[in-house]
Design a protein around this ligand. Sequence first.
Ligand SMILES: [Cu+2]
Length: 297
Amino acid sequence: MKILRWCAPVLVALAIVWMADASPALAQADAPDISDVQIDGEYGQFPTYMPPDVSKHGYHVDDLINILHVFMILLFVGWGIFFVWCLMKFRARPGHTADYKLVKAKAPKYLEVAVALFEAFLLVGLSMPVWARVKDELPTEADNPIHVRVVAEQFAWNFHYPGKDGLFGRVAPEFLNSATNVLGLDPSDPNGNDDFVSGEMHLPVDRPVITQITSKDVIHSFAIPVMRVKQDAVPGMRISVWFHPVKTGTYEIACAQLCGNNHYSMRAILRLESQSEYDAWVEEMAKGPAEFDEDDL
Ligand SMILES: [Cu+2]
């Protein structure tokens, strides 16, 4: 019986893994092979150790991270000094015995209240305004934004572009087909006629981008380090996030949420281009897949 008690959790875990692999509901998309794509910018360089920032707004996030690190260093050093002081003051030595009476001093109480107030300031005074600026205040149509829908699935990113008419076609789960209609576009909706899907995200620089992020299966997280953007992709929800690229180049998109066995491979490429390069790409993609030609056989 004892051996059963030890084995049961292992057997249950194995059964869960086996069911997850065998379940047709969790059919997995092939992640595109982008291992040979050259990523621009140097990551992890002194003095910031941050990824390059090629966005207009990213410095707000970087400033907040830097300020928080300075405060955390101050706290670490302060508590460290206090810790060493306690070790010395209360060390075991001849003639001293342990005293279990509560300390009556008022200073620690004031200190704790001050720390709590300071932490409230960090949250309400510093973090929330940055959150509101970079997350909630979306650009308006007067800012001429690009709209892209991001549809995550195990283990790939699909970028849904509205085509030249700027209108997204209707999508619904009943139209989903992993080979011919990965977005679930309704064929009867004319707005979707020139919509296209890409495994790479192409964007022009110097225009704001509004993305609507969702997922077809589990929770993923849409992360573009060079844009300082990270947002969960949740099935059944369409969550808007905006950013503003300012420098052309090739960068990396990652999934920042552990989403299954091949989570590590869920990457995509972000190509930031000039407006004319972007227009040419949209023109090409909106034509749809190349026609099957018997002469090619
Ligand atoms: Cu993922």
